[in-house]
Design a protein around this ligand. Structure first.
Ligand code: NAP
Length: 259
């Protein structure tokens, strides 16, 4: 999607993948300066560890403790994290505001952290983090409780069977990797949610995940991870080029790539 965007904007850039082994991370970051790369995206497993090699961080990258985008300003490397903002833009374009909402986040990994920080900063009323490993959910709640006024709760995974959890919930986000390889998502009491509840799966693989299939069967609105992926990329594009991203060109390229 980035190469399509560069072509659409007539920019003489190219986006290429580099395989970086964990032991080579410091050298790889130094290469950004040596090779005068305009910027890079960073993905697993380097998102957390890369921060210590950079010269500055955005508020989001600092709060999330993770970087997905680096901008090279004449050898000064600035780390940002566009995942949470990409998530919020994907909600905005559905005219869904998470402000003052009650939310269930399923998962407690890196994606949950980015989504959690963005929701707290937007002013969600209450967020329940549900995770298989409860300790990880509790650690997130402890870390971010003071960030805003949002009430943070944590529950173990089997709490997802309890209809009472969903009574006032209008946004449920699957931030786990369940569904990546066609695994079935446990059946939730979808009908217990208000009719306006939005079920959001961060996964962006082709086809509906079982989490979203079940939500559709219960006549609830659904959203998959493609628009978040698009918008985190569009935000990175603007950071690198100081140019508005040609979002729909990128969306078409992404759709082709994810077929
Ligand atoms: P991660 O840090 O590895 O976290 C994975 C999470 O999934 C953990 O909470 C883990 O629970 C849970 N999990 C995995 N298998 C499970 C199972 N069988 N049962 C219950 N829980 C399970 O991964 P991540 O970086 O947060 O990414 C999560 C997903 O979000 C990925 O599929 C990724 O593709 C997607 N994502 C999408 C976007 C986008 O732009 N749309 C951006 C970022 C990530 P435990 O803690 O108990 O292990």
């Amino acid at each position: 999607m980035h190469n399509a965007a560069f072509r659409a904007r007539g920019l003489p850039y190219v986006y290429v993948p580099f395989l970086v082994r964990p032991a080579d991370l410091a050298k790889a970051v130094q290469s950004i300066r040596a090779l005068h790369l305009v910027g890079v995206n960073v993905t697993v497993p380097h998102k957390e560890r890369v921060a210590k090699y950079l010269d500055g961080l955005s508020a989001e990258a600092d709060l999330c403790g993770a970087v997905n985008t680096i901008v090279n300003c004449d050898g000064t490397l600035f780390g940002d994290n566009t995942d949470g903002r990409g998530f919020l833009v994907s909600l905005q374009e559905r005219t869904f505001s998470p402000r003052l909402r009650e939310v269930v986040l399923i998962g407690a990994g890196g994606a949950t952290r980015a989504v959690l920080v963005s929701l707290i900063r937007t002013g969600s009323a209450r967020i329940t983090i549900v995770n298989r490993t409860l300790d990880k959910a509790q650690a997130l709640a402890r870390q971010y409780r003071a960030l805003g006024k949002t009430q943070l709760e944590t529950l173990p995974f089997d709490a997802l069977r309890d209809p009472a959890l969903f009574k006032e919930v209008t946004l449920v986000v699957n931030c786990t990797s369940i569904g990546l390889h066609d695994e079935e998502f446990p059946t939730l009491p979808y009908q217990a949610t208000p009719r306006s509840c939005l079920f959001y799966d961060l996964l962006y693989r082709p086809g509906l995940t079982s989490f979203l299939q079940q939500a559709r069967s219960a006549r609830r609105a659904t959203l998959d991870g493609r628009r978040m992926l698009l918008h985190q990329g569009a935000l990175a594009f603007s950071l690198w080029t100081q140019t508005p991203a040609p979002t729909e060109v990128m969306a078409r390229a992404l759709a082709r790539a994810l077929q």
